[in-house]
Design a protein around this ligand. Structure first.
Ligand code: AMP
Length: 279
């Protein structure tokens, strides 16, 4: 496994693989790798001949007051995980390599970036789409692997790739969960033992919603109220949103008729946790 810290070095490694006819898979991450990330690497390794994982804590997707400084950066451990998973190249650039002295070009996906997390994290998706556009230009892959855990992010990136005619397929992989259903996340590390236990209410609320819809409920307001009641069983849980939206357009749905994305964001102590299901 090679570790590339510069754009030139990762480009030349990918170019060499491509000249041999390899299909290239890219897994963009912010590091602090866990089984969720490994599932993306495994999907890439299954479909592709050459797997690149990027590890970059992207400063531009953090809002003021968020956890940029404290975000875990266990690079040695991450490299071990990548090596074990059969990754060919880890791209681990510095912020200077990615953004230079001053970055004047930004990519924004309108509408889709505005609701859900976008409403609570102003500028977040602009940072995500800009860094992904850069990564997709630096690592010209055939397929990029993203997690369903960040459903809005996957939809926004898919749209950016389509609108900018980037020759890249986006594969969205299922959310990997802990035994009690909590979506695995690098931010789960911030939780105390009690908060970690309490965090199970998030998935419990999503399951309840899924059951209600499958049993014929259609009133989104009533369903989300039921979900809120479950989350509120944990008095310290601070709900940012419980939203039922169209699974493609992310537009709010009042009466459920078609495929919906049910998405939740909850602050629990120091961690902001998100999760979703498609019903
Ligand atoms: P992050 O390092 O948090 O930016 O995540 C990098 C990629 O891993 C994103 O595409 C995430 O959606 C994906 N990911 C994070 N957690 C999970 C999970 N529990 N299951 C599947 N994919 C995940």
């Amino acid at each position: 496994m090679e570790v590339a810290e510069t754009i030139e070095s990762v480009r030349s490694l990918v170019k060499a693989a491509r000249s041999k006819g390899s299909k290239i898979g890219l897994v963009p991450t912010m590091g602090a790798l866990h089984v969720g990330h490994v599932s993306l690497i495994e999907a890439a390794a299954k479909d592709c001949d050459f797997v690149v994982v990027s590890i970059f804590v992207n400063p531009t997707q953090f809002c003021p007051g968020e956890d940029l400084e404290n975000y875990p950066r266990p690079l040695e451990k991450d490299l071990e995980i990548c090596e074990k998973a059969g990754v060919d190249v880890v791209f681990n650039p510095s912020p200077e390599v990615m953004y230079g002295a001053e970055n004047l070009t930004w990519v924004t996906v309108e509408k889709l970036s505005e609701g859900l997390c976008g409403a609570f994290r102003p500028g977040h998706f602009r940072g995500v789409t800009t860094v992904c556009a850069k990564l997709f230009n630096i690592v010209p892959a055939d397929v990029a692997y993203l997690g369903q855990k960040d459903a809005q992010q996957a939809i926004v990136i898919k749209r950016m790739v389509a609108d900018l005619n980037i020759p890249l397929e986006i594969a969205v992989c299922p959310t990997v969960r802990e035994e009690d259903g909590l979506a695995v996340s690098s931010r789960n590390k911030y939780l105390s033992a009690q908060q970690r236990k309490d965090a199970a209410v998030i998935y419990k609320s999503l399951q309840k919603c899924k059951k209600m819809i499958e049993e014929g409920a259609t009133n989104a307001k009533e369903i989300s109220a039921g979900m809120r009641r479950i989350i509120q069983q944990v008095p310290s849980a601070e709900i940012e949103y419980v939203s039922i939206v169209d699974a493609d357009t992310l537009e709010k749905v009042d009466s459920i008729k078609d495929k919906v994305l049910v998405a939740v964001a909850v602050k629990l102590g120091p961690a902001r946790l998100i999760d979703n299901v498609i019903v």
